[in-house]
Design a protein around this ligand. Structure first.
Ligand SMILES: Nc1nc2c(c(=O)[nH]1)N[C@H]1C(S)=C(S)[C@@H](COP(=O)(O)O)O[C@H]1N2
Ligand SMILES: [Mo]
Length: 318
């Protein structure tokens, strides 16, 4: 058993669902900070008492044992803060996440820059427990809190010509030591992309929390993408821009080493990375964890996403 389980709030803190829903229908028109805090969507909270998020359990969750909060928040890839797994936990606290806005643009009828609280207003947060499989060969099971990206896409009245969604991470060298290196390990800002059908797939979420609380900065606060059937690097952190585009957008690791990282980057045990096998993975953690297990096609989500790639040669479109 992981040492941290989903924190159960005391009964006094749980808003009865009917009151919660009434309050929500009341606030969908115009967002005031007070109403937002009441709805539980206070994803920028820094103060420990305010960090709890109301989330509804999702049927799309895996029931596998979850990694501990400690594993999930101390073993990270977030190169803006350094390349060691322990760097993000050490340095990400330098990042200012409040205020936070996201520029939504490209092929949409109402492009705009929107505050993260406003962006999330009107949605139920869900808890989605997903496997995350890193291209490096390790994996975790993480209880994210978020909303489906599809519901958000609907809000922006996307034009029919849009075929892809492009995402961009914050570029702020003053708070991101990895961006101050004289020889940068990656081109900044970190960017990623999805095909529109992938972006609209019900498994794809924007995460704003984990373990029932506001997202820790090392995990990509205040908002990051989670695409559970793709290698971890597709799940871009600390997003500041979302653009709907016609052509396949570039993606950071693909740009860095196109032979090693394709645009799709679907978890696929049958297509090796040119320098190592992808057939197995090590589940992070102590005790019963830390075992080498077989990697599953599409990270175990083949039934749900296999049809997206039906007529594609996955050795070519890797
Ligand atoms: N902006 C940004 N997003 C990023 C990365 C990064 O370096 N920068 N690393 C990616 C990689 S390689 C992985 S495995 C996951 C790790 O997410 P986690 O630390 O929350 O487990 O974040 C992805 N998102
Ligand atoms: Mo990764």
């Amino acid at each position: 058993m992981p040492s941290y389980r989903y924190p159960v709030p005391p009964a006094s803190e749980i808003t009865p669902r009917n009151i919660f829903l009434n309050r929500r229908s009341f606030i969908t028109g115009g967002a005031s900070a007070i109403a937002l805090a009441a709805s539980g969507v206070n994803v920028l909270a820094q103060d420990q008492d305010a960090r709890k998020l109301n989330a509804v359990a999702s049927a799309l969750s895996t029931d596998e044992a979850q990694n501990s909060y400690e594993d999930i928040t101390t073993y990270n890839n977030f190169y803006e803060f350094g390349v060691d797994k322990s760097d993000p936990a050490r340095y990400a606290n330098q990042l200012t996440t409040d205020p936070w806005t996201i520029k939504v643009g490209g092929l949409v009828n109402n492009p705009r820059e929107v505050g993260i609280e406003e962006l999330l207003t009107g949605y139920d947060l869900e808890e989605r427990v997903y496997r995350l499989r890193c291209v490096e060969g390790w994996s975790m099971v993480i209880p994210w809190v978020g909303i489906s990206l599809a519901s958000l896409i609907d809000k922006f009245d996307v034009q029919g010509s849009a075929k892809y969604v492009a995402f961009e991470t914050l570029e702020r060298p003053s708070e991101m030591p990895g961006q101050r290196a004289i020889f940068p390990v990656l081109p900044w800002p970190y960017v990623e992309g999805l095909r529109m059908d992938e972006a609209k797939h019900p498994l794809t979420i924007l995460a704003v929390g984990l373990y029932g609380e506001v997202l820790p900065k090392q995990n990509g606060a205040p908002v990051r993408l989670v695409v559970p059937w793709k290698y971890g690097f597709k799940s871009i952190k600390s997003i500041v821009a979302i653009n709907f585009v016609e052509e396949e957008p570039t993606a950071t690791w693909h740009k860095q080493a196109p032979r090693e990282y394709g645009f799709y980057s679907n978890v696929n045990p049958n297509v090796d990375h040119p320098r190592w096998s992808q057939k197995t993975e090590r589940r992070i953690g102590g005790g019963l964890f830390n075992q080498r297990i077989d990697t599953q096609m599409f990270n175990g989500y083949e039934e749900q996403v296999g049809s997206l790639y039906e007529n594609m040669d996955l050795t070519k479109f890797f």
